[in-house]
Design a protein around this ligand. Structure first.
Ligand code: CUA
Length: 333
């Protein structure tokens, strides 16, 4: 019988074709294997580094697989198939080449990484206008909370002015677990660790909404622990921040609704229907919802599977949530 050499070639050809097809989505940017288009200088440096390393990865892959396939075809054993090939050893030139080349490649990669690192890590010193914004980012099971210098609090959506360096101090409450802050278009990941304050930053090149996701497995609703950064024109941002300061102070803000949507709805559902995560009970129509003290007790201390989502809420945030719960889920909610 003739050995089945042709089917193997066909298989190899098929695999190569599949590879070519896979190459298109691989470089397709958003949604592919490539990083999303960077919108901040630190994200730009990360993306540049990624592409630089990828060039070597791709070149080595093509070289190794190409040689493998070429050798399989060129040197395949014809009949008789039960005789050993010639025993060859030693090629000083080849061996020197494949030792020295990787050394140079690793050196080049290390050099580029060390060159790019300061641009990724260090917050740029203030812009020409001397303006920077500092925001505290706190990771909770299962939402992000932001606090601005004037005391304004926001949940899951961080608003920021365009072109201004935004310094983020990232942490988590002592009773919580580790999360990871990550908005790919605006820079790398940084862990939110209980009791530790990490720092990162971004300086958005344009206005728009940039989406991210908690990047550290933090519990049952980790997958829906999303985050957004909305970059606004500077004047619009200033107006929003001032307006929030007043509204949150006199209790007319939407902080209650925002906190409910970010902190409560993740498990209890936007309509308070319950059961979104594990055994989260229904809130709509629940007797407890009309009892602010009982709500505060559970929200601050947690109960059973429910984390203490509101352990760090200020009195006014707690009141805002209670008002929202009452309005929405008791009075004909
Ligand atoms: Cu928080 Cu995953």
């Amino acid at each position: 019988m003739t050995p089945p050499v042709r089917p193997k070639l066909l298989l190899t050809g098929g695999a190569l074709a599949a590879l070519l097809v896979a190459a298109a989505p691989a470089v397709a940017g958003n949604g592919g294997f490539a990083p999303v288009p960077p919108e901040s200088p630190n994200a730009q440096d990360i993306t540049d580094t990624w592409w630089f390393i990828s060039i070597f990865i791709l070149a080595i892959f093509v070289l190794v697989e190409g040689l493998l396939i070429a050798f399989v075809i060129r040197y395949r054993r014809r009949r008789p198939r039960d005789v050993d090939g010639p025993q060859i050893h030693g090629s000083t030139r080849l061996e020197t080449m494949w030792t020295v080349a990787p050394v140079f490649i690793l050196f080049a990669i290390a050099a580029v990484v060390f060159l790019k690192l300061p641009g990724i890590r260090d917050v740029p010193s203030a812009t020409a206008g001397g303006e920077t914004l500092e925001v505290e980012v706190v990771g909770h099971q299962f939402y992000w909370e932001f606090e601005y210098p004037n005391g304004v609090v926001a949940v899951n959506r961080l608003r920021a002015p365009v072109g201004v360096p935004v310094e983020l101090t990232v942490t988590a409450p002592d009773i919580d677990v580790i999360h990871s802050w990550w908005i790919p278009a605006l820079g790398g990941k940084i862990d939110a660790i209980p009791g530790v304050v990490n720092e990162t930053w971004f300086q958005a090149k344009r206005t728009g909404v940039f989406r991210g996701q908690c990047a550290e497995l933090c519990g049952i609703q980790h997958a829906v622990m999303l985050a957004e950064v909305e970059v606004l024109p500077a004047a619009e941002f200033d107006a929003w921040l001032a307006e929030q300061e007043t509204a949150q102070a006199d209790g007319t803000s939407e902080l209650g609704e925002e906190t409910y949507a970010g902190a409560c709805a993740t498990c209890h559902g936007l309509d308070g229907q319950g059961g979104v995560a594990a055994s989260a009970p229904r809130l709509a129509g629940s007797a407890l919802v009309g009892d602010p003290d009982a709500v505060e007790e559970i929200v601050r201390n947690g109960r059973g599977q429910m984390p203490a989502v509101g352990a760090g809420w200020s009195e006014r945030q707690m009141n805002a949530v209670n008002d929202y719960l009452e309005e929405t889920f008791t009075r004909g909610g």
